[in-house]
Design a protein around this ligand. Structure first.
Ligand code: BGC
Length: 249
């Protein structure tokens, strides 16, 4: 079965048809820049445009960078605040004229990685962390997702953790690998103290350069592995959420 997966991010809105049985993108993905301000109306127009570019009439799954319950956005840490309490599934669905399932972006990436990627054989507790504009989290045990965890927002040294550990923070503060990795390590140690994961999967664009920073992390017991699906994980996971693969195999 094919589902159109759409990954809504701070810089781009990307999509491709996905074979949900394999997690593979069926065609090349297409990307449209995220409008600014990224209001519900502006983003809905782009999501509609993207579905149109694929002439898509079938089921659609989309990610959103905030808590999403039953299609409604509940938090908007890094996006326009007018999203809060907005029914994204309803507005995307009405605009496109199809059923659209909406899930948290890190949960989607986690679903894809746990089913087909870096966590596929993990039956214990696995924590996916995505490092981008913010820090996203997805928690699994026995392959089952606890949706909408927001572990990027625990407090460390009086600050929201993602303000110290995200890729965006690294860029803003111009931290080198050493300085940023120290902050990520402290963050992971806190997560480990709270959740005792067996496996930590690191995702987001910066996971492509994992060899520059993951080996520096010595004080965490859990195995730390980079995501293998990189930019495709959000698209694949969004599609998989439609068919109920929210429980990873
Ligand atoms: C949001 C999360 C999201 C993460 C990554 C955080 O600021 O609160 O919901 O998963 O950023 O986009």
């Amino acid at each position: 079965m094919q589902v159109l997966g759409i990954d809504i991010g701070g810089t781009g809105i990307k999509g491709a048809p996905v074979d949900v049985a394999t997690g593979q993108l069926v065609t090349d993905r297409k990307k449209i820049l995220t409008p600014h301000p990224a209001t519900p109306d502006a983003v809905t127009a782009v999501v509609k445009e993207l579905a149109g570019q694929f002439d898509w009439t079938g089921p659609i799954g989309a990610t959103f960078p905030g808590v999403v319950t039953d299609g409604t956005v509940r938090t908007a840490a890094n996006v326009d605040k007018s999203w809060i309490d907005h029914d994204a599934a309803d507005s995307f669905g009405k605009a496109i004229g199809a059923e659209v399932t909406v899930v948290n972006d890190a949960d989607a990436a986690g679903i894809a990685e746990m089913t087909f990627g870096a966590g596929k054989d993990e039956r214990g507790t696995a924590l996916m962390l995505t490092f981008g504009t913010g820090v996203g989290s997805a928690l699994f045990t026995g392959g089952i997702l606890v949706p909408n965890t927001e572990f990027g927002h625990i407090e460390i040294r009086g600050k929201d953790a993602e303000k110290r550990a995200s890729e965006h923070a690294k860029e803003t503060h111009e931290w080198g690998w050493k300085d940023w990795t120290q902050r990520v390590e402290e963050y992971m140690q806190r997560m480990e103290a709270l959740l005792a994961p067996d496996l930590i999967i690191v995702g987001g664009g910066i996971s492509k350069e994992s060899e520059k920073w993951v080996p520096r992390i010595k004080g965490v017991r859990a195995r730390i592995v980079p995501a293998v699906m990189h930019n495709d994980a959000g698209i694949a996971g969004a599609a998989m959420a439609v068919t109920g693969s929210a429980t990873a195999k």
